[in-house]
Design a protein around this ligand. Structure first.
Ligand SMILES: [Zn+2]
Length: 78
C-alpha cells in the first residue's frame, strides 16, 4: 500500500515471485528491511560517533604536521 509522497522501496524480494518490495522507503530510498543501517546509533568500538570524530581530528592534525614538516624540509634545502 504505497503512501502518497513517499517512495516505495522496490528492492527485489526473496520470495518465489521475486516481486519488488512495497514497503515505504526511508531517506536513502530503501525500506527499513533493505536499507541497512541508516540511523547511526551510539554503540561501542570504532564505529561510535565519538570514535569517528576523534579519527577525523587525528587525520586533520597529521595532515597539518606533514605540511609543516614539508615546509621545514623545503627551507632547509634551499
Ligand atoms: Zn524493502
Amino acid at each position: 500500500m504505497p503512501i502518497a509522497g513517499i517512495k516505495i522501496c522496490g528492492a527485489k524480494c526473496r520470495t518465489k515471485e521475486g516481486a519488488p518490495c512495497e514497503q515505504p522507503g526511508m531517506k536513502n530510498g530503501r525500506c527499513r528491511m533493505h536499507g541497512g543501517v541508516f540511523f547511526r546509533r551510539e554503540t561501542h568500538g570504532r564505529t561510535t560517533l565519538r570514535a569517528i570524530k576523534e579519527r577525523k581530528e587525528q587525520r586533520k592534525l597529521l595532515r597539518e604536521m606533514k605540511a609543516v614538516n614539508e615546509k621545514i624540509e623545503n627551507s632547509k634545502s634551499s
